[in-house]
Design a protein around this ligand. Sequence first.
Ligand code: URA
Length: 189
Amino acid sequence: MYTNWTELEQACKSCEKCNLCHTRTNVVFGMGNPKADILFIGEGPGENEDLEGLPFVGRSGKLLDKMLAAVDLNREENIYIANIVKCRPPQNRDPFPEEQEACINWLRNQVMIMKPKIIVCLGRIAATKLIKPDMKITKEHGIFFEKNGVLMMATLHPAALLRNPNNKPAAFDDFLKLRAKLEELHLTT
Ligand code: URA
């Protein structure tokens, strides 16, 4: 485990712990403010993210940024965004359990250094890996769970919202619950 963020990022960027290293263009370590109280976690990089080396820079990222802005959050200042796997799974398939397992210590190390107060899981993959294996995101999104002193909540993945815009109000409600929780905890953003 690294105690220094820059050293962690450098080590992660040369990772060869699973086969995804052979097909990636860039490792997507994450972006945002590592001193923030809130950490958002997606599934894994898509094509744009792989090419740019940054998380959520494609269409779903644009939607995510809009929802964040509506509750006064943004990745430049008051949140950090990372993924369960740091390298793109070919054809954007779900990352295999063994790929998630090979990668998860990078995320654990990020959490260890950041010490976020709140973790928001974007979608089923992050929610089942981080909150509980039997998490039912359609029923349990927007609910806060406490794990090791950290509040964790899942919301619908922005890519799922692009496929099914009818779910946007429900996801937006989760962001309002997040805002209310930040206020309750006096976490200034
Ligand atoms: N979807 C994700 O889960 N993560 C990204 O970084 C981009 C799209």
